[in-house]
Design a protein around this ligand. Structure first.
Ligand code: ADP
Length: 310
């Protein structure tokens, strides 16, 4: 193995997961970017190549660059890093495109420096990338990308991230309609207060989902994948949302909702066969809607980042 270079798989992620706005997230296995990071003598972070997407190469405009600089500043390493990004996750899709780059860069750099930083410190560096992408340094995508499985941001101040036990048979089906919804716009339409009644329903579901994941109670997971606060407002921006959700549940999905700030819609199922049935039903709905789309099926990823040349 070349100790000065590493190639990593950076997973796509689903944030919010229905009831957990800004606090819950999960990592995917079959969807993600690839990134090569190498040590160089010159101090700084340099992005030499981006394949697959039109994203800025300038360090200060790229989330991988900003997150990498945050790590470099905290490190006593005197050299720098060069990054090549092979983007497979479309920016603005709602499945953590920016998070994959920010988290992937700092994870790879930490490996090359022989792991001076803890995973929680890497989350903090990667959040600086998220600040660039959306204006808010949120952790609900970068945490699952780095830890794998489901994660819960219990607190932002101080940052407290909990890795949640994730049942092995959980699969996600993801529909990405090819329309653009800016994260900033989909935040703007949300109300800043909620009713006590909605709060009660929502934290009941968050607790239920966590309990369901730990006890591998798939029916409880399904009953808890409900969002009373954000989905009723945001789903209006996504063509065919209600029909896609209904078709997913009819095909056997445990639950379905908006992935991150959309426009992607996710459904969670027990087992790959059901996830495929769900995909077929979604395709039928979207044939009548007339919007181009991508469709992915993926196991929930239990490891997070992967070294592609171990
Ligand atoms: P997503 O939820 O899919 O990550 P965001 O809207 O949060 O989408 O982030 C995408 C924004 O971040 C775009 O404006 C994009 O140009 C910017 N960006 C900067 N660097 C990257 C990168 N390496 N990968 C993806 N997006 C990036």
């Amino acid at each position: 193995m070349n100790k000065n270079e590493i190639k990593v798989f950076c997973p796509a992620t689903i944030a919010n997961v229905s009831c957990g706005f800004d606090v819950l997230g999960l990592a995917l296995d079959a969807v993600g970017d690839e990134m090569t990071v190498r040590k160089i003598d010159t101090k700084g972070v340099y992005i030499s190549k981006i394949i697959g997407q039109d994203i800025p190469l300038e360090t200060e405009k790229n989330v991988a660059g900003i997150a990498g600089l945050a790590l470099l500043q905290a490190s006593d390493y005197l050299g720098g890093f060069e990054i090549e990004i092979h983007k497979k996750i479309k920016a603005g899709s709602g499945i953590g495109s920016s998070a994959a780059s920010a988290a992937g860069a700092v994870w790879a750099m930490n490996m090359l420096l022989e792991n001076p930083f803890s995973t929680i410190e890497l989350v903090q560096f990667a959040m600086e990338g998220e600040r660039l992408a959306s204006g808010v340094p949120h952790a609900d995508n970068v945490a699952p990308a780095l830890f794998g499985g489901f994660t819960l941001v219990r607190s932002y101040d101080p940052l407290d991230i909990i890795q949640i036990h994730t049942p092995k048979e959980l699969y996600a089906t993801i529909l990405h309609p090819q329309i653009e919804i800016k994260t900033a716009d989909s935040r703007k339409i949300l109300k800043t207060t909620i009713s006590l009644q909605d709060g009660i329903k929502q934290w009941g579901n968050v607790g239920g989902l966590i309990a369901g994941l730990y006890t591998e109670d798939y029916a409880l997971i399904g009953r808890s994948l409900v969002d009373h606060i954000v989905e009723p407002i945001r789903s209006i921006l996504i063509p065919g949302f209600d029909d896609v959700k209904k078709a997913s549940l009819d095909a056997g999905a445990l639950g379905a909702g908006i992935s991150g700030s959309g426009p992607s819609i996710f459904a969670l199922s027990k087992g790959e066969q059901t996830a495929e049935k769900v995909a077929k039903s979604i395709k039928e709905v979207y044939r009548t809607i007339g919007v181009e789309y991508d469709l992915h099926i993926s196991k929930v990823n239990l490891e997070g980042m992967k070294n592609l040349n171990p």
